[in-house]
Design a protein around this ligand. Structure first.
Ligand SMILES: [Zn+2]
Length: 123
């Protein structure tokens, strides 16, 4: 176990709400229209300073996907997931892309997001 090497991001970025580790640039957002169990989730082209979990198949409202959970490298909290593979043709654009759950991260201005209380369907 060595010292964790963190990548610095320049500009406006989303960061871990527990330890402020930088994750992803505002400029790398592909879509803000995702929903997860805890409200809003954003699709990013690139996310840094995360480690990945085991691959698993998940059936989402948009079909079957192979995903890995992503974790903050500094504090180990789960922050979202990465799409390894999508099986529906219309969903292929998500392959290799990342979801950050909005309530897990701080916004570029340090803002927190509180998830709605009512249950929302999986992304
Ligand atoms: Zn963290």
């Amino acid at each position: 176990m060595g010292r964790i090497f963190l990548i610095d991001l320049e500009g406006n970025f989303y960061s871990c709400k527990h330890c402020q580790t930088a994750f992803a640039l505002v400029d790398d957002i592909i879509s803000k229209s995702f929903q997860c169990k805890h409200g809003k989730a954003y699709l990013f082209d690139k996310v840094v300073n995360v480690s990945v979990g085991e691959k698993e198949d998940r059936i989402m409202t948009t079909g079957l996907h192979t995903v890995v959970d992503i974790f903050c490298v500094t504090c180990g909290s789960i922050v979202g997931w990465k799409y390894e593979a999508a099986y529906e043709k219309s969903q292929k654009y998500k392959e290799g892309k990342f979801i950050l759950e909005r309530y897990k991260v701080l916004g570029p201005d340090g803002s927190e997001y509180n998830p709605p209380q009512d249950d929302v369907e999986d992304a």
